[in-house]
Design a protein around this ligand. Structure first.
Ligand code: GLC
Length: 752
């Protein structure tokens, strides 16, 4: 009887506390607007909790929820993937629910967003995700993916943004603000240096602190310090011998210490590997451990931060204050989000969301080559042959955890058919079909090996089927006035186990950049019979080009452009939209050209040495003057632009860069002014240039605009390799202004 009375009293106290603290939320302006944190309320709740209740808050209670405290009115936290659309509903298990209303807006993938170089789109993109997550009852959206593209072979590059930390951070900051303004927490992932999928659960990344601070950390630092992100996801891999999800340097010293992060570190699903480390080194919520045990019969009490943690606390090996800090962070997150605050209703599958998907697709598509074929003039064409499997394929459903049940997905063929007009006949041939080709795999082992052998016949059959498909396509190309070839990579593959495959997919990396399924020969054959061929490639990175590009009049890279992607591709091919996308990663011809392969290791074996250090992407290619097919920041337009009047002004710890851009062509378009910094006489090794500012301007023919870009002193600093601190060295710094890392239009000098 006594115990029951005490419980009743506790609940009464808690409800009073809830009510009383509601009114004294110590928000920034003392208001009680949703999302404000009340430390006083958190203190009171922690004081009421038992150790079991505290531990329940810091580990999973189902596949995508972490525990609450019903006795105190504290709900579970509800998570959902993914970075470019709210994932299928899995309920409390690991199988997508059948016949569930989880159709969603399928946005262009992360690397498409980065290719727009349009900061406004970052916010709008996050806003869509926040509204749709809120409408689906989610408190945390597991995105953005902001790992640096170190190798073009990483199977998840499509989910990330760039080889450059400044571009990644700039786009991610808007994304996080847009998302969190809806009351849903962003969860930047995967912190840090998760730059490959091979052996992802255990690979130990050997990397210098300078490379961490100059390359792999900055985007995470930006979302913490410039966007106030409420949660971060730890990664699977180790860094320098310790698992990143409970890494003393990454979490305690840098993230929560130096950067002042007051939010929650959520593990990746099954990335916690040690109770003591998770308690001491910054893991705040453990998720997904059942994936390494028995995910159909999970026992959450056996999670690392459940009973094993209880034993450590009760034995005195670890002080309970470590648990209290985690609980504080979780309650803060709940107060900020829809878990404990009313942020109003969300919305899903509305036209304004689909418009964002279209706008981002339009500005994220990159025109890389055009000898004048584009835009196609419909008045001069009677028949257009559309060739290629990717012209009709849907991409939203596969690729791993970032899968989306798209409300619809306009394919390139549909987009072209819708826009070509009644006077143009559109004919289609698949040209090739994907197959599960074991020769694309590296280490086939166990079930995959037997499945691979079993598939071998299928592969042979597919190859011969592709021969027939190729001949049919070539015949079609021969009689058409122009050809649009739509090919490239695919996201995942229905013929293989989830996450398997050397295509664009989570849990596997590609073996090389060779165009798969016989596409290279098909493009060559098409070029032979028709000299008006435009190639459109999808994919999360580039492909080898030297055997087909020289004879191809036009090439457009479309990444995975989302549910409106087919429409945007057609609008660009027919000139309704002037392309303005710029590459967020260098397109070299072979993966072996990239420093992660030529200097560093990829994918390593147990450990992977980042010997290239800070020389990732253009920092390497430009500094060492290596040939590339298309440089970082490059993208063509149907108009031309001129840069003039560069003024550089030093004002205290700021440098103002001003330049004028003029549209010197015949039609409206957009240009991206890129500002690179080059330290002319450094005392340590530094890249020949580093992107430190950019702005995108839309201009009508003949119009000019003055672009002002402000650089803080941090834009001139480097992380000292020995002294291990940010350093601003006196000297001359060249300011390089251009529209790609290899097309610098104007330069100036500023002294520090
Ligand atoms: C996956 C991914 C992560 C995802 C999580 C939940 O393994 O690495 O990006 O958010 O698990 O699905």
């Amino acid at each position: 009887m006594m115990k029951q009375n005490l419980c009743t009293l506790a609940i009464l106290i808690a409800s009073i506390l809830f009510v009383s603290c509601e009114s004294d939320r110590d928000g920034a302006n003392g208001s009680t607007s949703p999302g404000e944190v009340s430390e006083a309320q958190i203190d009171s709740l922690i004081a009421l909790m038992t150790l079991d209740e505290k531990l329940g808050l810091i580990h999973a209670s189902s596949s995508f929820t972490s525990g609450g405290v019903p006795r105190l009115g504290i709900p579970e936290l509800v998570f959902s993937d993914g970075p470019h659309g709210v994932r299928h509903e899995h309920g409390r298990g690991w199988h997508a629910l059948e016949d569930y209303d989880d159709e969603a807006t399928y946005l262009p993938v992360g690397i498409s967003l980065a290719s727009t170089w349009n900061r406004d789109f970052g916010y709008k993109y996050g806003e869509v995700l926040g509204n749709e997550a809120k409408e689906r009852g989610k408190n945390v959206l597991l995105g953005p993916g902001i790992n640096i593209i170190r190798s073009p072979l990483n199977g998840r590059n499509f989910e990330y943004m760039s080889e450059d930390p400044f571009l990644t951070g700039s786009m991610a900051v808007g994304y996080v603000k847009g998302l969190q303004d809806q009351g849903v927490a962003a969860n930047a992932k995967h912190y840090a240096a998760n730059n490959q999928e091979t052996d992802r659960h255990n690979i130990d990344v050997i990397v210098s602190k300078r490379a961490l601070h100059e390359i792999y950390f900055p985007a995470f630092r930006a979302v913490v310090q410039d966007a106030g992100i409420w949660s971060i996801m730890g990664a699977y891999n180790k860094i320098n011998g310790q698992y990143t999800t409970h890494h003393e340097y990454l979490n305690n010293e840098v993230l929560k210490g130096e950067w002042g992060f007051d939010g929650v570190v959520i593990s990746d699903w099954a990335s916690v590997k040690d109770t003591r480390e998770a308690l001491l080194y910054g893991t705040d919520i453990e998720m997904g451990t059942e994936l390494l045990r028995d995910f159909d019969n999970p026992v959450y009490e056996e999670f690392y931060l459940a009973n094993p943690a209880k034993e450590m606390i009760e034995s005195g090996e670890v002080d309970e204050s470590y648990v209290d800090d985690k609980v504080r962070r979780v309650l803060r997150l709940m107060q900020r989000t829809t878990a404990l605050s009313d942020h109003g209703p969300g919305k899903r599958n509305v036209e304004e969301h689909q418009q964002v998907a279209l706008d981002v697709a339009r500005e994220g598509i990159v025109l890389l080559k055009n000898d004048g074929l584009l835009p196609l003039d419909r008045s001069e064409l009677r028949t257009i042959a559309v060739i290629g499997h990717n012209a009709t394929r849907h991409f939203a459903e596969r690729g791993g955890s970032s899968q989306v049940n798209a409300l619809y997905e306009i394919t390139p063929l549909e987009g072209i058919q819708n826009l070509a007009g009644d006077d143009v006949e559109i004919v289609y041939a698949e040209g090739y079909e994907p197959y599960y080709d074991e020769s694309l795999f590296a280490d086939i082992t166990g079930d995959a090996a037997s499945q691979s052998r079993e598939n071998l016949r299928e592969v042979e059959l597919a190859r011969s089927a592709n021969e027939a498909l190729m001949q049919e396509a070539i015949a079609l190309a021969e009689r058409a006035d122009a050809v649009i070839f739509v090919g490239g990579w695919i996201k995942g593959h229905e013929g293989m186990p989830w996450g398997e495959g050397t295509y664009d997919a989570e849990a596997r990396d590609k073996l090389n950049l060779k165009l798969i399924f016989g596409q290279e020969e098909l493009i060559r054959q098409i070029n032979r019979v028709n000299d008006k061929t435009a190639v459109v490639l999808m994919g999360g990175s580039n492909v080898e080009m030297e055997n087909w590009l020289p004879d191809t009049p036009a090439y457009v890279h479309a990444w995975y452009p989302g549910m409106e992607g087919g429409r945007a591709i057609a609008e660009i091919l027919f000139g309704e939209v002037n392309p303005s996308g710029k590459l967020p990663m260098t397109f070299a011809n072979s993966h072996e050209d990239y420093p992660s392969h030529s200097i560093g290791e990829f994918p390593g074996d147990g450990t992977v040495e980042y010997t290239e250090d800070i020389y990732v992407g253009y920092r390497y290619f430009d500094t060492h003057e290596r040939d590339v097919y298309f440089p970082f920041g490059f993208g063509l337009s149907y108009t031309t632009f001129e840069f003039s009047d560069l003024n550089i002004t030093r004002q205290g710890d700021k440098v103002l860069v001003e330049t004028t851009v003029t549209n010197t062509g015949e039609r409206g378009g957009a240009e991206v002014v890129q500002v690179y910094v080059h330290h002319k006489d450094p005392s340590v090794d530094r890249p020949i240039r580093e992107l430190k500012g950019f702005d995108k301007v839309h201009l009508e023919p003949g119009a000019s605009a003055t672009v002002n870009i402000e650089l803080g002193e941090s834009a001139f600093m480097y992380y000292h390799p020995e002294e291990l601190r940010w350093t601003l060295e006196p000297g001359s710094y060249e300011i390089q202004v251009g529209n790609s890392s290899r097309d610098i239009k104007l330069t100036g000098v500023v002294e520090w």
